[in-house]
Design a protein around this ligand. Structure first.
Ligand SMILES: *[C@@H]1O[C@H](CO)[C@@H](O)[C@H](O)[C@H]1NC(C)=O
Length: 134
């Protein structure tokens, strides 16, 4: 009798743990479920956001659509910026971007990033830096 009680208890423990693991797995998938938006940023917006150039270029309509579509779930894209890039070795996507250019793109597309908003390791300043005066 005691022995079978123990067996049932173990079965219950295993069952509960399996459910917890599954739940956790689902949540992880849900939290990172913006692959389409990430692809959109990479394909349509990299030209305007990468640190390869320092100049503020107005994004085209396709990049603006990516930005406005991703805006409601932006934290998902922000989290993806920790992903590593092939070059330079060891760098993450976020480190290859220029945040002044990113802020310019969002503002230009009429969905400016709010002051204090944290995107990956970047925090939007209260007063976005202006172009230096000559
Ligand atoms: C961006 O480019 C500038 C100029 O080339 C460089 O000094 C800076 O370190 C770069 N920033 C990042 C995050 O790569």
């Amino acid at each position: 009798m005691r022995n079978s009680d123990m067996k049932s208890l173990w079965l219950l423990v295993v069952l509960v743990m399996s459910v917890l693991v599954l739940e956790h797995g689902h949540k992880m998938v849900g939290a990172e479920d913006c692959e389409e938006e990430i692809r959109g940023f990479t394909i349509e917006c990299m030209y305007y956001m990468s640190n390869d150039s320092q100049s503020l270029v107005n994004p085209n309509a396709r990049c603006c659509k990516v930005i406005t579509d991703a805006y409601p779930t932006l934290s998902c894209w922000c989290n993806s910026l920790s992903r590593k890039v092939v070059f330079p070795p060891g760098a993450s996507v976020g480190e290859t971007l220029n945040w002044r250019r990113i802020m310019h793109c969002f503002s230009y597309c009429n969905v400016p990033l709010p002051a204090g908003y944290q995107c990956w390791k970047f925090t939007v300043p209260a007063h976005p830096p202006r172009k230096a005066l000559p």
